[in-house]
Design a protein around this ligand. Structure first.
Ligand SMILES: [Zn+2]
Length: 175
């Protein structure tokens, strides 16, 4: 874990593994068919890979929606992505007694994939009002908690989450 505030290469390997498990957990929880995420790929972007307009100070991650192809005008032709806010995640771990990027990363990625499943399959509106977003946030938080129920250090992970939230962002190309 680097102190500079951006993920190192080894952090990215850890997060890649966490993403694979998060995919399996959400496929299982929602009864999705195996390979759901391979057929419907989503993007994962770090601070370095995202535009500064997507940098946030109070969130671990954001869900974005962007055209599947940059030249695509078709509204239906879109993908969801997860923008990870490296400095916020690393800072939370530095402040914590347990510097466990694997566990926190797994929780964050699972939480964001739950959002994406609900956007894609449960008719949740990506462009919802603030009140509806708050309601949806509570549902997603609860579902994520259910997915991890019985996991021993989840109380600790949830305590790290207390000061942070996430956000929905629109791809700048879509504006
Ligand atoms: Zn959320």
């Amino acid at each position: 874990m680097g102190a500079a505030g951006l993920f190192t290469k080894s952090d990215l390997v850890t997060l890649g593994r966490a993403a694979s498990l998060a995919e399996a957990l959400t496929e299982d929880f929602f009864g999705l068919t195996l390979g759901e995420w391979r057929r419907n790929p989503y993007g994962v972007f770090t601070r370095k890979e995202s535009l500064s307009t997507l940098h946030e100070t109070n969130v671990f991650a954001s869900v974005i929606r962007y055209p599947a192809r940059c030249d695509s005008e078709r509204v239906r032709d879109h993908r969801y992505g997860i923008v990870l806010q490296d400095p916020n995640i690393l800072l939370a771990l530095l402040r914590s007694a347990e510097h466990d990027l694997w566990a926190l990363g797994l929780f964050i990625l699972t939480h964001e994939l739950v959002h994406i499943v609900r956007f894609r399959r449960f008719g949740v509106d990506f462009f919802a009002t603030v009140a509806d977003r708050d309601r949806e946030e509570r549902v997603v938080h609860q579902v994520t908690g259910e997915i991890f129920s019985g996991v021993t250090n989840m109380a600790h992970i949830l305590s790290l989450y207390r000061d942070y939230d996430d956000a929905f962002n629109h791809c700048p190309n879509n504006r």
